[in-house]
Write a protein that binds this ligand. Structure first.
Ligand SMILES: [Zn+2]
Ligand SMILES: [Zn+2]
Length: 275
């Protein structure tokens, strides 16, 4: 199996990283992608993937963390994009991500007085566009994050789309939305499914409709703990739990678990050009 989205670069895993990766390998997960969310976590991702076979990095600035540019005048779009660009030549960096747009009014955030106003949103859009360009120019894959921003998100994606991105892009933790699914079908974009499918009815209905050849599995660890671990409060989520998501989807869709494992792994390898 393949965990296409796992933040091994976050503080939650600082002390027990090797154990977490070993448990994933023991559970049958052979590959993990570690996406960056700002310059710091992108650099950390590139560092840690060097220690593990089958583990690769993505580098990028998450829309939520674009807020750093709102508060710190010294950070510019140009300087931040330059820092991400400098990480792209590393052989284990396979994608730009996670990047996109996010209009959610986070209450639980490191940023004080966090507010999605027009200046912040303009900066999100600019960084989103520039980072898509990076992926295209460096022939990398693309990990896309969209939360409550579908219209602007699709508009930018359509504006920047090139055929290079077909079969090399994922709507990570895809919102259950027909228009997003239609766009994904049209451009051969993969759909990422997480542990929240085990408790979200709308995600369950959505995932039943996604053709298997478009589906990839992800944990988004340390977040999105699947059931029954969520009720048991067994935080943090970790990549071994891809096996739980895979089993749940096989029951949800009434399809053989071996088939789900095999096809989602083939899809993920294609997504990140890992053959
Ligand atoms: Zn995300
Ligand atoms: Zn993430």
């Amino acid at each position: 199996m393949f965990d296409t989205h796992c933040h091994l670069n976050f503080k939650a895993f600082k002390k027990n990283l090797t154990d977490v990766v070993d448990r994933a390998f023991d559970a049958g997960i052979k590959n993990i992608i570690v996406p960056g969310t700002d310059v710091k976590t992108s650099k950390r991702g590139v560092e840690i993937v060097q220690n593990f076979e089958g583990v690769y990095a993505a580098v990028g600035i998450h829309p939520h963390h674009v807020y750093k540019l709102v508060k710190n005048e010294e950070l510019t779009v140009k300087s931040e994009v330059e820092k991400i660009r400098s990480l792209l030549s590393h052989p284990k960096v396979v994608a730009v991500g996670e990047i996109g747009l996010d209009k959610h009014a986070y209450e639980n955030t490191v940023y004080q007085e966090y507010q999605v106003d027009s200046r912040f949103l303009d900066l999100q859009k600019e960084l989103f566009k520039k980072q898509i360009e990076l992926a295209v120019n460096f022939k990398k894959s693309l990990i896309l994050h969209n939360r409550e921003a579908k219209d602007d998100f699709l508009q930018i994606l359509r504006e920047k789309w090139t055929s290079h991105l077909e079969f090399r892009t994922v709507f990570h933790c895809c919102e259950p939305d027909e228009e997003l699914l239609a766009e994904a079908k049209k451009h051969h974009i993969f759909i990422g499914v997480d542990g929240d499918v085990t408790f979200s009815k709308s995600k369950q209905e959505f995932i039943k409709k996604v053709p298997l050849e478009m589906l990839v599995l992800e944990t988004d660890s340390p977040f999105l703990l699947p059931e029954p671990l969520k009720t048991q409060k067994k935080y943090p989520n970790e990549p071994a739990n891809v096996a739980i998501i895979c089993k749940f989807i096989s029951q949800l869709r009434g399809e053989d678990i071996d088939k789900i494992q095999k096809i989602t792994t083939v899809n993920a390898k294609r997504l990140f050009s890992l053959y």
